[in-house]
Design a protein around this ligand. Sequence first.
Ligand SMILES: [Zn+2]
Ligand SMILES: [Zn+2]
Length: 214
Amino acid sequence: MITVNARATFSPEGPFKLTEIERRELQPHDVLIEIKYAGICHSDIHTARGEWGPVQYPLVPGHEIAGIVAQVGAAVTKHAVGDRVGVGCMVDSCGECPNCHKGEEQYCLNGMTGTYGATDKYGHYTQGGYSTHIVVTEEFVVRIPDSLPLDAAAPLLCAGITTYSPLRHWGAAPGKRVAVVGLGGLGHMAVKLAHAMGAEVTVLSQSLKKKKTA
Ligand SMILES: [Zn+2]
Ligand SMILES: [Zn+2]
């Protein structure tokens, strides 16, 4: 096992404390990532507080991970040492069911493996990005373009894809109108993405306080 530093919470009420966690030794298709940034998603807070059901503590949240490849397994072809990469909210799936074959691993019929708070196929409890390093199979590691700063890229791995996916699904484009409910962490990304896709974008909000920002 590889011992790495992390920030974990030890109870639903608990503050985060520095601790050490274990990552698995690199398997042939694994990538070791030196984490440079991890976004704080509200799901992290819900999970850390046990608001979405029982949690095994200590828990290291973080599923908006951006960093640099530090080491690769013997059979890795998609990534190389030094690559700028990211990891989102899944770190594995069966790879064999119809949904995995369609590239919709989030709907894996055998259950995808969450980046933290899940049991992976090795029987280990997964721990997330509030740590110095993570080991992830190469299929679930994405390349971050050189033009994108790593700190700005991290939130795209959850907040970004959450808004990008429905915009793509419903074909946001010139001539289309998009309404975004609320200009928060996800909402402001939806505005930027829908605008970049060429749609006419309207923000719906309870007051006009954020009009200028929108
Ligand atoms: Zn999230
Ligand atoms: Zn599957």
